[in-house]
Design a binder for this molecule. Sequence first.
Ligand SMILES: Cc1cc2nc3c(=O)[nH]c(=O)nc-3n(C[C@H](O)[C@H](O)[C@H](O)COP(=O)(O)OP(=O)(O)OC[C@H]3O[C@@H](n4cnc5c(N)ncnc54)[C@H](O)[C@@H]3O)c2cc1C
Length: 416
Amino acid sequence: MHVLVLGAGVTGLATAWYLREDGHTVTVVERNEDVALESSFANGGQLSYSYVAPLAGPGILSKLPSWLLRGDSPIRFRPRLDPDQWRWLAQFVGACTQRQSELSTRRLLALSFLSRDLMQQLQTSEPGLHFSHSNAGKLVVHRKRASFDAALRLLDYQRSLGCEQQALDTRECVEKEPALAHLAGQLQGGIFTPGEDSGDCYQFCVGMSRLLQARGVEFRLGTKVTALRRVQSSDRRVEALADNRAIDADQIVLAAGAASAALLKPLGLRAPLYPLKGYSLTTQVDPHGHAPHISITDFERKIVYARLGDRLRVAGMADVTGRRADVDPSRVATLRAESVAAFPDAGNFDEATVWCGLRPATPHSTPIIDSTCYENLWLNLGQGALGFTLALASGRSIADLIARRRPAVPLDGFTL
Ligand SMILES: Cc1cc2nc3c(=O)[nH]c(=O)nc-3n(C[C@H](O)[C@H](O)[C@H](O)COP(=O)(O)OP(=O)(O)OC[C@H]3O[C@@H](n4cnc5c(N)ncnc54)[C@H](O)[C@@H]3O)c2cc1C
C-alpha cells in the first residue's frame, strides 16, 4: 500500500517509521524545507514517560484566575474572536475534574510506557541514532508545602500505575542534583523518577529522517498541502492537494500538528485542537558553572530543564493567545529571569537561543489516534505537551490500525 504521511514533525516521522516497518510504500509531505522545524524543533527535550498528568486537573481551576491576570504566570490567556478558542476553553474547564484527570493519566501512561519500550528497541536496533539522549532520570521539585504534600499523596496512586518514584527532602534533592544548591532554600522537596530520559527532539527527527530515507521513504519537502477534499468518485475517500494537484496515495495519515484542525474542517471533521504556545531557551553549559545533569521540573513555575550534552534547554509557558508562533519578548524575559534565578552560573542565558512553538493540544491532553468516517484518512495528532514522549507509541498505534492489527494499548480514549 502507498501511504502518505502529512507532516514531518516527530509524530509524522514516527508514523512513517512503523508504516515502513510494515512494508508499505511511504511518502512524507512537509511544507517546510526540512523536517521538524515547527513544534518538534526546540521543545523541552524531556521523554517524560511517568509524568503525563493532563494540564486540565482539579487543582488548576483555583489557580487560573491569578495565572490569567499576571504577566509572568506559567499560563496566559488572551481572548480572541475565535469560537474555536472559546470552545476549547470550555472543554478544558469541563475536563478539570479528578475523575477525568485520573482517566486521562491512566490512558496516557499506557501510551507512554509503550513509547519507552519502543524507544529502547529503536536504540538497540539503530545504535547510530544520536540525539543527545540521556537516561539520568527526572526530579520534579516543589516550592510549596501544599503542592509537595499533594505530590506525596499521589505517589501511591502513581505506583499502582507502574511508575517507580522516590520522595526526596530538600537535602536529598541537592544530593541527587548538586546544581540545585542555589535553589535549596526555596524548596520543600521533590519527586525523583529514575527511568526518565531526555534528548534533543530535532536531532532525533533528523536522525529518523535519514534512517527513513535509507529505507526508501520518499520525502516531499517544501510541499504544502493546501486542502484535503472528497474524491469525486467516492464520498468515502479523500485526497490531499498540493500545487493544485492530488497527491497519489492509497491511505493518508494526517500528522500536521497544530495545523491539522484547519485541514479537517472542510471535510466536516472538527478536531478539538488549539495551539498552546510555549517557549524555550538553549544555552551552552558553562564548564566551570553548575548546570543540572538530570532533568528538572520546577512544579510551581511549570518550567523544565533538560541537559542535552553540553547544552541546557529550558522550556515553559502555555499561552492560549492565538495561532501565531511569534515571540513575545516579555515571556522570554520571564523564562530567562527564572533560569538565572534557578541556575545562575549554568550558562549565559542572555545569549541563549530563543524559540517558541505551538503545542497541538486537546482539552483533555490526550492525543487523537483514530480512523475517520473516510475509509482512507487516519489521524495522529493532538499530542500536546508530550509529543516527543508519545511519538513512537502513537506512530506504532496508527500503523496497527491501518494494518487492522489490534494495537498494543487500547485506543478507545484517543478517538476523534
Ligand atoms: C515549549 C515546548 C516545550 C515542549 N516540551 C516537550 C517535552 O519536554 N517533551 C515532550 O514530549 N513534548 C514536548 N513538547 C511538545 C512537542 O514538542 C509536540 O507535541 C510535538 O513536537 C508535536 O509534534 P507533531 O509532529 O505532532 O507536530 P509538529 O512538530 O508541529 O509537526 C507538524 C508538521 O506538519 C507540517 N505541516 C503542517 N501543515 C502542513 C501542510 N498543510 N502541508 C504540509 N505540511 C504541513 C508542519 O510544517 C510541521 O513540520 C513541547 C512543546 C513546546 C512548544
